[in-house]
Write a protein that binds this ligand. Structure first.
Ligand code: NAG
Length: 297
């Protein structure tokens, strides 16, 4: 008998249902692009605080005023901005389920989940300029993939040895791993302060016509060539603001090729700007590719 009045009271006081919050699809020229995973290196670089309350409206307005073409809402309260998003792990919309503190009808991402907006009216970053990069792991947070310049299927790339491990100086090159290849662990690469890394190896500045090689056991005095960077991907299926960046060496993203190594079981090796009359490959058997940097996992 004691509980009956409470039940009645609860029934009577049931409020009119609030609007179910959802991801806002457009804000002016800004368009919703998806719910992305944000784990490991941040997918957007610049973080802002919006004390008055985060929402798609306030965050896109802030990124717009700061000159960015991308805006991301995460964990309810966070607003991130950038001009390029290098990692593209798209998750289900249902993952981005935190209500926006500034507008209870909207959703503002979740833990490690970002609601991303792109400004259709913004100028995309030039494919010739290096993007802001934040891979701080020399162990490597990326895999490298060769992709034909016209797009299409990618070929996974590895750092493979070209001489015995017992040599005082042990070289690796960027290559492919044919079936049965024992080097399948050697496929994570990093980009730290302009230095391309593969485990703790040090890159050698690319020589025209040769493989991209690394010294694996280096004298401590060898710093490694630091002329690498990541650039926007001009053939990204996700448009000019989002994509797996291209590896640039000595200013170039478009000089890489996959060439058949005629002196090493016809393995496909990455060559920087292939030349005629090379001892290890035939120029006409090389395919021009880009090297794109995809997330490790
Ligand atoms: C081809 O194989 C040889 C022997 O392993 C190696 O030294 C060379 O770096 C490989 N690739 C190219 C493109 O020369």
């Amino acid at each position: 008998m004691m509980f009956l009045p409470l039940i009645l009271a609860a029934t009577v006081l049931t409020p009119v249902l609030a609007q179910t919050p959802s991801i806002k699809q457009t804000v002016g020229t800004w368009q919703y692009k998806g719910c992305y995973r944000d784990f490991g290196p941040r997918i957007l670089t610049f973080r802002y605080t919006i004390p008055a309350g985060n929402s798609a409206d306030s965050c896109t307005a802030l990124c717009n005023s700061e000159g960015y073409g991308l805006a991301g809402l995460e964990y309810g309260t966070e607003c991130w901005c950038d001009n390029y998003m290098p990692y593209g792990n798209l998750m289900p919309d249902s993952d981005c389920n935190f209500v926006c503190p500034g507008d209870s009808t909207q959703l503002c991402g979740a833990g490690n989940r970002m609601v991303l907006y792109e400004n259709n009216a913004a100028t995309p970053p030039s494919p010739d300029t290096c993007i802001t990069w934040r891979d701080g792991f020399s162990f490597g947070n990326n895999v490298l993939q060769a992709i034909p310049k016209t797009g299409g299927a990618v070929t996974k790339l590895f750092a493979i040895p070209t001489n015995p491990f017992t040599d005082p100086i042990y070289y690796t090159i960027i290559s492919t791993c044919p079936a049965g290849c024992p080097y399948t662990d050697y496929y994570n690469f990093g980009l730290v302060n302009g230095i391309l890394t593969s485990y703790n190896s040090r890159p050698i500045a690319p020589n025209v016509g040769d493989a991209q090689s690394f010294i694996f056991r280096w004298p401590q005095t060898v710093v490694g060539y630091n002329g690498y960077c990541a650039k926007p991907n001009p053939i990204s299926p996700n448009g000019p603001f989002i994509g797996y960046p291209l590896l640039s060496a000595s200013g170039n993203t478009d000089l890489w090729a996959l060439c058949t190594n005629t002196t090493d079981n016809n393995r496909l090796d990455i060559v920087y700007s292939p030349v005629a009359n090379h001892p290890h490959y035939t120029l006409s058997a090389c395919q021009e590719v880009y090297i794109q940097m995809a997330p490790y996992s």
